[in-house]
Design a protein around this ligand. Structure first.
Ligand code: BTN
Length: 237
């Protein structure tokens, strides 16, 4: 389906505003982009900071034809699309499963997928030209401008993300193997020792890769385990 773009000067959260539109019947492919986002939301109730004029903050409305249990794959599709768009600027990007995008171990983009009865909202925040960050995240965040050491054309990156997302979102069904092999190539956790939480349950082990359904594979003395959802994946020494 074709994409359509709405641009707003200032919103609280593009995910919230686009959900409102979706609930009123807006069709597949609508994109809402905000020049300024004042109440950006991240995963697990965190807030998401976007430097006004220097970051991309937008949401895409998807009304998938695939069954609902496959929708979580949209998050992988979006992460991969962002990583590919970054590559097209000559900067190497990795995916920290499930969908943080990193450059040299620092987070450059976050993705928040939320679903409604018959739609999903894919929210993407990408640090493009910001050169400094709030103190809480200064050590763990980066931007394309910092990584590339030059001003980055924001509209060009945006167009590339949308283009790559249209390719990747079509692979959440039968063509998922094509997507997952590219996710594997970019997965920054493979071979790393991690600590993570599944709900209240802490787990440690070595990440051996990503399974055929997009799950994270964790190996420890109890064997290999598939992780479908995790909070707070931390690398340990
Ligand atoms: C995360 O890393 O925790 C996800 C961050 C997602 C941020 C984007 S910015 C556009 C969209 N609107 C929001 O309120 N959040 C997402």
């Amino acid at each position: 389906d074709p994409f359509r773009l709405m641009i707003r000067d200032s919103v609280g959260s593009t995910n919230d505003d686009l959900r409102e539109l979706a609930e009123h019947g807006t069709t597949d492919g609508m994109i809402l982009l905000a020049r300024e986002q004042t109440n950006g939301r991240g995963r697990r109730g965190a807030s998401w900071f976007s430097a006004t004029g220097e970051a991309l903050a937008f949401s895409i409305l998807v009304r998938p034809s695939e069954p609902r249990h496959l929708w979580p794959r949209l998050a992988l599709a979006a992460g991969l699309a962002v990583a590919e768009a970054i590559d097209s600027q000559g900067i190497a990007a990795q995916i920290k499963w499930p969908n943080d995008v990193q450059i040299s171990g620092k987070k450059v983009a976050g993705i928040l997928v939320e679903s409604g009865p018959d739609f999903a909202i894919v929210g993407i925040g990408l640090n493009v030209n910001a050169r400094s960050f709030p103190p809480e995240v200064a050590d763990i965040a980066t931007s394309l401008a910092l990584a590339g050491d030059r001003e980055i054309p924001m509209a060009e990156v945006f167009a590339a993300i949308i283009h790559r997302f249209s390719v990747r979102r079509s692979q959440i069904g039968d063509d998922f193997p094509e997507m997952i092999s590219d996710v594997r190539t970019r997965c920054s956790l493979t071979g790393k020792k991690v600590r993570l939480r599944c709900g209240d349950l802490p787990k440690t082990g070595v990440i051996t890769g990503i399974g055929d359904n997009g799950e994270l594979l964790l190996q420890n003395e109890r064997g290999e385990e598939s992780i479908l959802q995790a909070d707070e994946i931390r690398l340990i020494a």
